[in-house]
Design a binder for this molecule. Structure first.
Ligand SMILES: [Zn+2]
Length: 178
């Protein structure tokens, strides 16, 4: 393997992230990360994962010294807005590398081909917060907003397809590492 991958479930510990429709972003992100890790292990990829109790600040501290510039740092989140907004978006740093852009497009395509609305690959400056801590470590940085926790169609799509999504995403990651 030419690169390694570190996967973080967004939020964690006392930071639940968004809460809607009886779901908590932190718990959805942890669940999907675990499904993804399981699929990656089946492909012979051993991702590095942090403690589920870590919020972003602790995760960033934990990351120190664990990656090189070509490793993939993937953070999993759910979006929140009005109940009508839906779809997947994948965030990259401003001035993203070719690798980051291609990897983000592949990830997005897994969700879009499974019925999620395409909200595109976006540089961090086009997000609500403009600057994201996850984009600061010098590596290949990617953040997925899988869908909207506030939208029942997205939630239902995820519940119906989460095993398939994890399998397909794991295969894309596997191909990106070799
Ligand atoms: Zn989040």
């Amino acid at each position: 393997m030419n690169r390694k991958i570190i996967i973080s479930a967004g939020h964690g510990g006392n930071d639940p992230g968004a809460v809607a429709n009886g779901y908590t972003e932190r718990d959805l992100a942890i669940e999907f990360r675990e499904l993804l890790v399981k699929e990656l292990l089946l492909l012979g990829v051993k991702p590095l994962i942090d403690d589920n109790k870590n919020a972003l600040k602790q995760t960033l501290a934990w990351l120190t010294g664990k990656y090189s510039f070509k490793d993939i740092l993937l953070d999993i989140h759910w979006n929140a807005a009005s109940s009508k907004a839906r779809g997947t978006e994948v965030i990259v740093p401003d001035n993203a590398s070719i690798f980051e852009n291609n990897f983000a497009k592949n990830i997005l395509n897994v969700f879009v081909s499974n019925g999620f609305v395409n909200r595109g690959v976006k540089p961090e400056s086009q997000t609500a917060r403009k600057r994201l801590g996850w984009m600061r470590p010098p590596a290949e940085n990617i953040l997925i907003e899988m869908g909207f926790i506030t939208n029942l169609l997205d939630i239902n799509l995820y519940q119906n397809l989460k095993y398939k999504l994890a399998k397909e995403l794991a295969f894309d990651i596997y191909k990106s590492l070799i």
